[in-house]
Design a protein around this ligand. Structure first.
Ligand code: 5AD
Ligand code: SF4
Length: 455
């Protein structure tokens, strides 16, 4: 295929992993001549990168496809072809069903097959009919992504790096083990090489990604399985890399080595997203979480011992099948015991094919609504209290760019709070101490920074 100038538009739904995957798909298509397009109407190829984890994901995909069909028809009327691809977890879960309901789609590809995208595009452009690839190949897709992928899309001060994919935990409510497949870890050397390229491209903060990131056990240089704690130490040694984060973790995989990394590695940020889902042992068992509320509280205590300034974030589900008022109260008790800086909470939504979807004793929608509101009110109060407690503290802030108003700069705290302050743009890219003057709902205001360090 000749390399002519073409335009690609990617629509991304869902988690950071999908954001990362969208960037990688853009990378593998760049050698075919695809440059970014701002809107589907300007694009020769549109990729819909989907998420299946909650709500009516499939219906959302079909209604977006309906809109894209119109765009495709309008472009066809002026003699322009548009390749339409559906990627991500809905593609994995629905596969051929997508082509049956939306025959104008050209490519359906699951998350494990992005490296084969150029080949699929070539097939689709030869008009050989729609292409579908949702296999779980034995070889890892990581092995096939171009080496300079990071260098092409990075350049940001904060970067995401996928180190692990898939999950073997099979929580009762979750589609991830079915859509993303078995747990697979990328080798340490590949992760470190990509991190080095990201830092060379300007990254100061890297967030390691994986559906079950702390289960990472990629091989080390000797071919033996390593641990996330060790990987964090190795990454922290990269000159110029100031901050490390990892998400999303499972409580079962918070091992001693990882806890020790929180104590010994200053680059590991004192903020951890550690989903608990429920505070009721009965619910945790029926969710197949493989930990109790006490296990979670014990991990939190050990994390706080390792790193006294650590703050926690979590995920909660209300209204999992069989959840009683007493189970729900137990979740509130756990939340009060921990004190979260931030959290995400969801009403249980049945995902076809998961064990909980067919379970008896589904909780009525109105009851789920009531519980979610009560839970979110408590979590909002905790977030406000955490932000308020930052006032008067001096926090290291990574300055990422200009603020909203002239003379302002913006950055992020160790706790991922946006921080705004008066200061010169020459500070962009630096981590500076900022005294927090005020707290708003979702951000902090810092005192003006007087730059006394010679530039
Ligand atoms: N219903 C509601 N929430 C869900 N999550 C995952 N699956 C479901 C579901 N079926 C939530 C969990 C998970 C987060 C990413 O999404 O809390 O941690
Ligand atoms: Fe889903 Fe997370 Fe449970 Fe894995 S550990 S099944 S990704 S909720």
């Amino acid at each position: 295929m000749s390399i002519s100038k073409k335009r690609l538009h990617v629509i991304t739904w869902g988690c950071q992993m999908n954001v990362y995957d969208s960037a990688r798909m853009a990378d593998v298509l760049a050698p075919l001549g695809y440059a970014p397009a701002d809107a589907p109407a300007d694009a020769d190829m549109v990729i819909l990168n989907t998420c299946h984890i909650r709500d009516r994901a499939t219906e959302k995909v079909f209604s977006e496809l309906g809109r894209l069909r119109v765009v495709k028809a309008e472009r066809a009327a002026i003699g322009q072809n548009t390749i339409l691809a559906v990627a991500g977890c809905v593609a994995q879960a629905e596969g051929a069903e997508i082509l049956a309901r939306a025959p104008y789609v050209d490519i359906v590809l699951g998350p494990q097959t992005y490296h084969r995208l150029p080949e699929m595009v070539a097939q689709a452009s030869r008009a050989a009919g729609a292409v579908i690839d949702t296999d779980f190949p034995v070889e890892s897709k990581f092995d096939f992504l171009p080496d300079d992928a990071a260098a092409q899309t990075a350049g940001g001060l904060t970067a995401f790096l996928t180190i692990q994919e898939g999950c073997d935990k099979f929580c009762s409510f979750c589609v991830v083990p079915y859509t993303r497949g078995a747990e697979a870890s990328r080798p340490a050397a590949a992760v470190i090489a990509e991190a080095r390229r990201m830092v060379a491209g300007g990254a100061r903060e890297i967030t390691l990604l994986g559906q079950n990131v702390n289960a990472w056990h990629g091989v080390d240089a000797q071919g033996a399985p390593s641990t996330l704690g060790r990987l964090l130490r190795e990454l922290a040694a990269i000159p110029g890399l100031a901050r490390l984060r990892y998400t999303t973790s499972h409580p079962r995989d918070m091992d001693d080595d990882l806890l020790a990394a929180h104590a010994d590695v200053p680059a590991v940020m004192p903020f951890l997203h550690l989903p608990v889902q429920s505070g009721s042992d009965r619910m945790l068992a029926s969710m197949n979480r493989k930990h109790t509320a006490a296990d979670y509280l014990d991990i939190v205590a050990r994390l706080r011992k390792a790193r006294p300034d650590i703050a926690l974030s979590s995920d909660f589900i209300v209204g999992h099948p069989g959840e009683t008022e007493a189970d729900f109260e137990a979740t509130l008790v756990l939340i009060r015991a921990v004190g979260f800086a931030q959290a995400f909470s969801f009403k249980y939504s049945p995902r076809p094919g998961t064990p909980a979807a067919g379970a008896p004793m589904q909780v009525p929608e109105a009851e789920k609504d009531r519980r979610l509101q009560a839970l979110q009110a408590l979590l909002r109060d905790q977030q406000a209290a955490f932000n308020a407690a930052c006032v008067g503290r001096t926090l290291p802030v990574l300055i990422t760019g200009p603020g909203r108003y002239p003379g302002q700069i913006a950055g992020r705290s160790p706790y991922l709070q946006p921080v705004h302050l008066d200061g010169p743009l020459s500070l962009v890219g630096r981590e500076i101490p900022v005294r927090i003057a005020a707290a708003h709902t979702n951000s902090l205001a810092g005192e003006p920074f007087m730059d006394r360090v010679a530039a």
